[in-house]
Design a protein around this ligand. Structure first.
Ligand code: HSE
Length: 427
């Protein structure tokens, strides 16, 4: 009888309970596929008494995740607690030091500490697998590290935060303002404990930083990412975008350019009929482009019990089968430090301004844009009452730097009432 692989699971929230369910309910299938039983030795969580809808009595209980991670009867430490530092990182380091492999859903921990943890794992002959950290149930890390290993990856992009996509599509479909839908998302339990992680683009940024490392063979560098959240996207922007055939998505793009690695996460206009444009609710989508394969589109649930537990189990199964890939797809010591490049790939931009409704106001704005080298493609002033006029401008292709120069010149015109909204158009 082959030896079981024994898990220690820290964190028994939705995902942890989902993992326990799969291990219990699919034991025979998992054993047949892995060639050995998958067993749980011990679990750990903050509250021992909570009913998690799954029997835990067969497993040892540890209050301290570090103790759990270093138990002699644990082969794989499954870290599902979350948090960039603190207990999750301490327990992960302890597990690696004790010769365990680690499976985690913790994007923040790896986006901020991934290089050091990967070096520690690989020095110990162990691995850290993190499929569940990126786009929930979509096996995108596996796609990049295995199926596409023969490709030079040119670009990775996608919608990787289901909460933001839910908010944006719900605003559009129900014609509701941001604040109302934010509250709805809160009531539905979609928002992270710190909602800024979602709506500020940080959670999606963590995910993109991890994918960029795997895609381009570079050290994970979250600090280099340009991040804008969706907080300033209004129902008016969504309506205007729809009128022009676009939808607004919190879009992440990572690409290697001659100047260095460009990574950005920001609300963008994408064609409504494109795969990204047609993405509804909390679904995620990742688009991968490789020199040999061309474009691949992966779509699926980015969060939730089943999808995230599915990703955790995929990693557990690899380790049970003896597959220990380098954490970021190539040995950590060979990952390059990428030069961070600001997004200079030119694109058209959507601008929404509130202008004082007085003679010459539009001319002053147009002149400021012209002086910054930004050319106007289309312009529309919508019907209004009162002293301010909402004006929409779509520029010809320009760089972010030139657009920012134009935006910086607006206050001096004396006619721009509020801070303008500017969104990149990704055709
Ligand atoms: N809060 C995330 C989302 C799920 O909405 O996609 C976990 O990363």
């Amino acid at each position: 009888m082959p030896e079981p692989i024994r898990l220690g699971i820290a964190g028994l929230g939705t995902v942890g309970a989902g993992v326990v369910k799969i291990v219990r309910q699919q034991a025979a299938m998992l054993e047949a596929r892995a060639g050995r039983p998958i067993a749980i030795s011990a679990v750990s969580a903050r509250n021992r008494d909570k009913d998690r809808g799954v029997p835990l009595g067969d497993y040892a209980w540890e209050d301290d995740p570090v103790k759990l991670a270093t138990r002699a009867d644990v082969d794989v430490f499954v870290e599902l607690m979350g948090g960039a530092d603190g207990p999750a990182k301490a327990a992960t380091e302890a597990a690696l030091a004790a010769g365990k492999d680690v499976v985690t859903a913790n994007k923040a921990m790896l986006a901020l500490n991934g290089q050091a943890l990967a070096e520690q794992a690989e020095a110990a002959g162990r691995t850290i697998r993190f499929e569940a950290a990126v786009a929930g149930g979509i096996p995108v890390v596996k796609a990049l590290t295995e199926g596409l290993a023969g490709n030079e990856i040119q670009r990775v992009m996608g919608v990787m935060n289901g909460t933001c996509n839910y908010i944006l599509t719900r605003m559009e479909n129900a014609g509701l303002p941001y604040e109302t839908v934010f509250e709805e998302a809160n009531k539905l339990g979609y928002l992270e404990a710190d909602p800024t992680l979602d709506v500020g683009g940080i959670d999606a940024g963590h995910k993109l930083a991890l994918l960029a490392s795997v895609a381009f063979g570079t050290q994970v560098d979250f600090a280099a990412m340009q991040i804008d959240g969706i907080e300033r996207v209004s129902i008016e922007d969504i309506r205007q975008a729809a009128d022009m055939g676009y939808r607004i998505k919190l879009l992440g793009v990572a690409q290697m350019t001659a100047r260095g690695l460009e990574t950005r996460m920001s609300p963008c206009l994408v064609p409504a009929t494109s795969p990204l444009g047609s993405l509804e609710n909390a679904t995620n989508m990742v688009v991968l482009e490789g020199d040999a394969v061309g474009q691949i589109v992966l779509r699926g649930a980015g969060a939730g019990e089943g999808p995230t537990a599915s990703a955790v189990m995929g990693d557990v199964m690899d380790i049970a089968r003896g597959l220990r890939l380098p954490v970021f797809g190539q040995p950590a010591a060979t990952l390059r430090k990428a030069q961070a490049a600001s997004a200079r790939t030119p694109a058209p931009y959507y601008l929404r301004l509130n202008l004082q409704d007085k003679p010459g106001a539009l001319a002053k704005v147009a002149a400021a844009m012209g002086e910054a080298g930004v050319s106007i493609d289309r312009m529309r002033q919508t019907q209004h009452e009162g002293t301010n006029a909402p004006v929409l401008i779509v520029t010809h292709k320009t760089t972010r730097d030139m657009l920012e120069a134009a935006l910086a010149a607006f206050p001096a015109t004396g006619v721009v009432a509020d801070e303008p909204v500017s969104l990149r158009i990704e055709n």
